[in-house]
Design a protein around this ligand. Structure first.
Ligand code: BES
Ligand code: ZN
Ligand code: ZN
Length: 506
């Protein structure tokens, strides 16, 4: 869908003409400050009365709309709560603007303004707040209506949001925050779109076409390996998974080299699981909720969107994105339990469950990634149901072999509001992956399902600094939240981009 235009301007938000002005207030804020104070005065103390009567308390995501009857330059003022002062986080602002956007849309207003909040979380900069607000606006505005022919249930999209900065110094920070927030917001929008398209449309072939369009637009190099190329290379694991489907697999490689990147610089390599639909294969999944498996390509979509964002932000770095793409189907030629596959790395795998296909395609994706001698290697995948059981909906599972990289990823997740939780990658668990006939098997039996999957992957990354992110917990939301829709969430995208930003920009 179209991405809302967010811009930064210098000025006092309360003095600017607009259809709607958003004022962010924290809970228990008794005396109104700055913009809110001056609007309150123009409205004859109306805002103060709302607070005193507790008709607006500033609770997280609370909204109250006030028509100003020509008394202020803004036609309407929307009070939005950010919650208690001591609990303020960057995400409070993302959520507040996400909630605001929905209220703005209900009022059928298509452009609005917002004043920088008078209370900020400790240590947060105007850049960070502006970035969070831009993200909340773009993501809260998200709708997927590509297949609706009845426009009845479609709310009008908001076209524009303007953030006001008081002085030049603040304006500079807000401008950069908006630039970054627009990049991460647009990237997440792309991921949601790609994952919302049904699997009869978004096949591996179509993903490759999308990658081609993006590569052209963003000025990055695209290589697509076809089935025969994979055969020549010996990508037996990816080919094995693809065998059960009529849809040919694609191995998609994107390469971005920023102008200022040093020639000799070793790249960051991102690998994303791109299963366009996971039926489970011969080890067929139960039919309940199976439709959600159209989003089993979330990791790949996130890698694609991240490469586009890096190019749009002109990050001074060398970046490779790899998407092993296939459809997991139980066709007549499908792999069966007991089959043995020879991977690109040379290692052999006994397939004991065809539903554990993500680790199979990733084994080839990761082995290929090591050819670039990565400075950092990150894979991201909707890998295990065990991740959902262990972490619920609010944490991404993280594994890795390098403390520094893990810490950088953890920080990026915190900043992006897409938090990771580290799980152990101890070799003791490897006995669960032993096979009687091959180098290893693709399932680890009962217990520690998220861990054995990660340990399996670790055998294909050599000694390169590597982090694995299991996003099966967060890729799909069963309810609508402030800036997260029901369905594909795109969670993980902002984390990846933030990691790259933190690596390259101040
Ligand atoms: N794509 C699934 C994992 C998944 C489950 C993602 C729920 C999102 C929500 C993956 O390919 C899978 O089926 N994993 C199996 C592995 C098992 C057979 C060892 C699982 O977790 O059940
Ligand atoms: Zn599966
Ligand atoms: Zn899967």
């Amino acid at each position: 869908m179209n991405v809302m235009h967010v811009e930064a301007k210098q000025g006092r938000a309360d003095k600017e003409v607009t259809d709607l002005l958003v004022l962010l207030l924290s809970q228990g804020e008794t005396s109104l400050k700055q913009e809110a104070a001056s609007i309150n005065a123009l409205l004859g103390g109306h805002l103060q009365t709302l607070l005193e009567q507790r008709e607006f308390e500033g609770k997280a995501n609370e909204t109250v709309l006030v028509h100003t009857q020509g008394k202020t330059p803004a036609k309407r003022v929307l009070l939005v709560g950010v919650g208690a002062k001591k609990e303020l986080r960057l995400d409070s602002f993302r959520q507040a603007i996400g909630s605001a956007v929905k209220r703005v849309r209900q009022a059928k207003v298509t452009s609005f303004t917002v004043a920088m909040p008078s209370t900020m979380p400790r240590g947060a900069t105007a850049l960070e707040i502006a970035q969070a607000m831009a993200e909340g606006a773009i993501l809260g505005n998200y709708q997927f209506n590509e297949y609706r022919t009845d426009n009845g249930s479609k709310a009008p999209d908001i076209e524009r949001l303007t953030l006001y900065g008081a002085d030049r110094q603040q304006l500079r920070q807000i401008t950069e925050g908006v630039r970054r927030g627009t990049a991460t917001g647009a990237a997440t929008t792309l991921v949601r779109d790609l994952c919302n398209h049904p699997s009869n449309v978004m096949t591996p072939t179509r993903v490759a076409l999308e990658a081609k369009a993006i590569a052209k637009e963003a000025g990055v190099t695209l290589t697509v390996l076809e089935q025969k190329n994979m055969e020549e290379l010996g990508m037996g694991a990816l080919l094995g998974v693809a065998r059960g489907s009529q849809e040919p697999p694609k191995f998609i490689i994107l390469e971005y080299k920023g102008d200022k990147a040093k020639k000799s610089e070793q790249p960051v390599v991102l690998v994303g699981k791109t299963i366009t639909f996971d039926t489970g294969g011969i080890s067929l999944k139960p039919s309940e909720n199976m439709e959600q498996m159209k989003a089993d390509m979330t990791g790949g979509a996130e890698v694609l969107a991240t490469v586009r964002a890096a190019a749009r932000l002109k990050l001074p770095m060398h970046l490779i994105g790899i998407l092993p793409a296939a459809e997991n189907m139980p066709g007549g030629r499908a792999i069966k339990p007991g089959d043995i596959l020879k991977t690109l790395s040379g290692k052999t795998i006994e397939v004991q469950n065809t539903d554990a296909e993500g680790r199979l395609i990733l084994s080839d994706g990761l082995a290929y990634a090591t050819r670039y001698k990565p400075a950092a290697l990150i894979d991201i995948a909707t890998l295990t149901g065990a991740c959902v059981v262990a972490l619920g909906q609010f944490a991404i599972g993280m594994f890795g072999n390098d403390d520094r990289l893990k810490e950088q990823v953890r920080k990026a997740g915190l900043r992006a509001g897409e938090r990771v939780w580290e799980m152990p990658l101890w070799d003791e668990y490897f006995e669960q992956l032993r096979s009687d006939v091959a180098d290893m098997r693709n399932i680890g039996g009962r217990g520690g399902g998220m861990i054995t999957a990660a340990l399996f992957l670790s055998k294909f990354v050599g000694d390169y600094p590597w982090v694995h992110l299991d996003i099966a917990s967060t890729d799909w939301s069963d309810r609508e939240r402030a800036y997260i829709p029901k369905g594909p969430t795109g969670i993980g995208t902002r984390l990846l981009i933030q990691y790259l930003i933190n690596r390259t920009l101040r």
